[in-house]
Design a protein around this ligand. Structure first.
Ligand code: NDP
Length: 249
């Protein structure tokens, strides 16, 4: 019962693939109604069907996190269903992997607009709606171990993820008065469809040597930490940065 999410409504951004898709399934299995949001709505529709197949409840909402108007429209769509999102998993993110001197202004803007500004827009709009309804809530920001540790070729990405960790602490401080908790999860390298070939390659093997447990994360490794932060089990946790990385150095 500690981890039960029945009666709760979760919004997962970037639910059309990878970690976000997996987290949406996990939250639905724990009993939450899940609003799945991203730009590729066809993929969201498939996910909704998958959730309904095991008796869960889900809605798909189009969302581009880089646009304040789109973020606001997403929350309007949730309200139109008579719901308020009281679990928010801000997961939408992009990576540009190139040496720093090859990164363009456009690369920088795309990464920072999505990962940092987009996350901030989702956090603040979510809080605005919760405050209006006088409801408590839990916001979970998917940062990365690269927000704390150093790796080559991801300068903008690292900066964006470090920014997420720090604004999570600021918002945790400001939103406490509304009963809204804000935490960050810092995944290590997580095997997804997009990176499984790379992680299995020689370059991937090298990365593995920096992980004391000598293994990459599976998406299911996120389940426990996400359910902890989303549910009453983590009710005293706010402003934390939870690394889920098998001890990555
Ligand atoms: P994917 O590329 O598989 O998923 C990214 C998701 O973000 C997609 O659903 C995409 O949907 C969505 N997205 C991208 N841009 C936007 C936008 N402008 N508006 C709304 N949604 C957007 O990546 P992962 O699952 O691997 O990554 C998910 C999160 O986890 C990211 O924040 C990433 O930085 C973080 N992370 C990943 C790690 C890994 O090793 N995989 C490690 C540490 C952190 P669509 O294109 O349909 O909009």
């Amino acid at each position: 019962a500690l981890f039960n999410l029945e009666g709760r409504t979760a919004l997962v951004t970037g639910a059309s693939s990878g970690i976000g898709h997996h987290i949406a399934l996990t939250l639905a299995q724990a009993g939450a109604r899940v609003v799945v949001a991203a730009r590729r709505v066809d993929r969201l529709d498939t996910l909704v069907k998958e959730i309904e197949l095991f008796g869960g409840h889900a809605y798909a909402v189009p969302l581009d996190v880089t646009s304040a108007a789109s973020v606001s429209a997403c929350f309007d769509a949730i309200e139109a269903q008579g719901l308020v999102a009281d679990i928010i998993v801000s997961n939408a993110g992009v990576t540009v992997a190139k040496p720093a001197l090859e990164q363009t202004e456009q690369d920088w803007d795309q990464v920072l607009d999505t990962n940092l500004k987009g996350c901030w827009l989702v956090n603040t709009e979510a809080a605005r709606r919760l405050v209006k309804q006088k409801q408590p809530g839990s916001i979970i920001n998917i940062s990365s171990i690269l927000g704390e540790r150093v790796a080559g070729a991801v300068v903008g990405y690292s900066a964006s993820k470090a920014g997420v960790i720090q604004f999570t602490k600021s918002l945790a401080l400001e939103f406490a008065r509304y009963g809204i908790r804000v935490n960050a999860v810092l995944p290590g390298y997580v095997v997804t469809d997009l990176n499984s070939d790379f992680l299995a390659s020689e370059a991937g093997k090298k990365l593995e040597s920096r992980i004391p447990f000598r293994r990459f994360c599976q998406m299911s490794d996120m389940d426990g930490p996400i359910l902890l932060l989303a549910s009453d089990a983590g009710k005293a946790m706010t402003g934390t940065s939870l690394a889920v990385d098998w001890g990555h150095l």
